[in-house]
Write a protein that binds this ligand. Structure first.
Ligand code: NG6
Ligand code: CA
Length: 499
């Protein structure tokens, strides 16, 4: 392995990672904190109103705050797929928002980011929301025994995860391929086709929904007084309580850090916050002026603080790269009556960008991204407006560590310094492309606004859309007719790069 280049510097506000020293150094730990549906405007340091996020803000004040970072997709599964494999999700069938009983979407043959870290001698661990499938065959998992395929097959030494999302069954944690606290008296069965006889559902038994009621969808099995997507039976003491999810995953992340502090490690920490159902711990209730969604942001920030405290306590904070970001843009009403829309007040979850989760507009894929590494970042507290896509972390980190990747690994991941065009994938599969000056959205005949619940502009238009993202990042003025040469250039680049 080549020597680690140990510097993260900002060159004229343009750089995020710059290798500049060839001295042998101790390998830095890497922690990716991936929030769920946290919007570009949802943290204090990005302008949030009505909620305080001191721990995230402190990472920014002592690291780099990126203003032009993009998730590959505006929903979770494809976005996470790209981050962990370095491959665009549209190349791989089955990367749409996954059910809780989906089989493994990343195949064991794939050389993942976790494999890359393992090959460099790191301990690797995934904690929190997974949403990339488990077991070799969809619907065939044995939730009462050992899963026949899990994250240990794709480079993670250890995992403590939720199979999908908190709004999808099964509502249990899985640790190293087995349900945590499995209760033999209440064997678990899961189906995304039909209910199990005699089991209540949100649709038929709304009187049992003592914690949260759905606003659209989410009317199937009931766990913890909240109805979900999909049907499940059993679980007993293994069933999670939504108000304890942040505690459970954070405690497990801290445990992993404590146990691995003396060797290099990679921790992928993916929170349930601020995805629906938003049901934070009692101690965060009222922490924001925005009700449960804002309180979930406060809970997210608490998790960040606990992880940073663990790094500090172990004396490894200075040599740990912490990347805090989100899988896609924000949404207010995403299917539960949590009053997110009614209570949002002056706060703009997208930071005034257009669209949101699911959308082709910038609100769909623009995400907060903070990079922290005391030993490697020379100019602390700066902003970087460099165009960045999360698919590039894989190769950028490999390059930083001097790791050679096997042929075919991370095919769409570039060192961030070489990145010219960023591709974005909306939930209806529509593709957009942007460079640092322009954005082009492919024509699409779909509805202009989502029809099935969330109040979000999709970005669909049956004609070309071109926006000047330097002067009009809000995408208010379509310049396609005024600049046909830019449309042509971007459309050609999109066609070549997305193939
Ligand atoms: C949608 C869900 C939404 C959320 C989303 C995935 C309904 C009505 N809505 O289908 O609540 O779960 O999928 O979100 O079912 S993501 O962030 O994991 O991609
Ligand atoms: Ca998400």
């Amino acid at each position: 392995m080549k020597a680690i280049r140990k510097a993260l510097t900002l060159a004229g506000g343009a750089a995020i990672l710059t290798g500049c020293s060839d001295k042998e150094a101790q390998k830095p730990n890497v922690v990716i904190i991936l929030a769920d549906d946290l919007g570009y405007g949802d943290l204090g340091c990005y302008g949030a109103i009505g909620v305080q996020t001191p721990n995230s803000d402190s990472l920014a004040a002592n690291g780099i705050l990126c203003t032009n970072a993009h998730a590959v997709a505006s929903t979770s599964t494809p976005s996470r797929y790209a981050l962990l494999t370095g491959e665009y999700p549209w190349r791989k069938p089955g990367t749409d928002v996954a059910a809780g009983n989906a089989g493994m979407i990343i195949s064991p043959e794939c050389h993942t980011m976790a494999d890359m870290f393992q090959s460099a001698g790191y301990s690797t661990c995934a904690i929190g929301k997974w949403h990339l499938g488990l077991g070799s065959v969809t619907g065939e998992q044995d939730w009462n025994g050992k899963l026949d395929q899990d994250l240990s097959d794709i480079g993670f030494d250890h995992h403590y995860i939720m199979a999908a999302t908190a709004d999808r069954v099964p509502c249990v944690f899985i640790e190293d391929g087995r349900v945590v606290d499995h209760d033999p008296e209440y064997p678990i069965a899961v189906s995304y086709k039909a209910n199990f006889e005699g089991e209540p559902t949100g649709a038929e038994n709304p009187e049992l929904l003592y914690n949260l009621k759905p606003s659209h969808g989410h009317d199937m099995s009931i766990v913890n007084g909240i109805s979900r997507i999909g049907f499940m039976k059993g679980g007993g003491r293994a069933l999670w309580k939504d108000e304890h999810i942040a505690d459970s995953i954070t405690v497990n992340a801290v445990r992993f850090i404590d146990a691995n502090a003396d060797k290099p490690f990679f921790l992928y920490f993916a929170t349930n916050d601020v995805h629906v159902p938003r049901f934070p711990a009692e101690r965060f209730r009222g922490a924001s002026t925005m009700g449960l969604r804002g309180d979930a942001i406060a809970e997210f920030d608490w998790s960040v603080g606990e992880i940073m405290a663990a790094l500090r306590r172990n004396g490894i904070e200075d040599n740990t790269i912490v990347i805090l970001t989100s899988d896609n843009g924000p949404v207010l009403d995403d299917g539960y009556d949590d009053k997110a829309q009614e209570l949002v007040g002056e706060h703009s979850p997208t930071g005034h960008l257009r669209g949101g989760k699911y959308s082709s507009f910038e609100g769909g894929t623009s995400v907060p991204m903070i990079v922290f590494w005391p030993e490697g970042i020379k100019e602390k507290g700066k902003r970087s407006d460099r165009l960045f896509t999360l698919v590039d972390w894989y190769r950028s980190l490999a390059d930083l560590l001097g790791v050679e990747l096997p042929d075919g690994a991370a095919p769409d991941s570039q060192n961030w310094k070489d990145r010219e065009y960023v591709l974005e994938y909306a939930s209806n599969h529509n593709l957009s492309i942007r460079d640092s000056a322009w954005k082009y959205i492919t024509p699409n005949n779909g509805h202009a606004v989502i029809q099935w619940g969330p109040i979000i502009e999709t970005g669909n238009l049956p004609e070309n859309q071109l926006y000047d993202v330097v002067n009009d990042r809000q995408e208010t003025t379509n310049l396609a007719q005024a600049h046909p040469e830019q449309v042509e250039r971007l459309r050609n680049a999109l066609e070549t790069l997305s193939k």
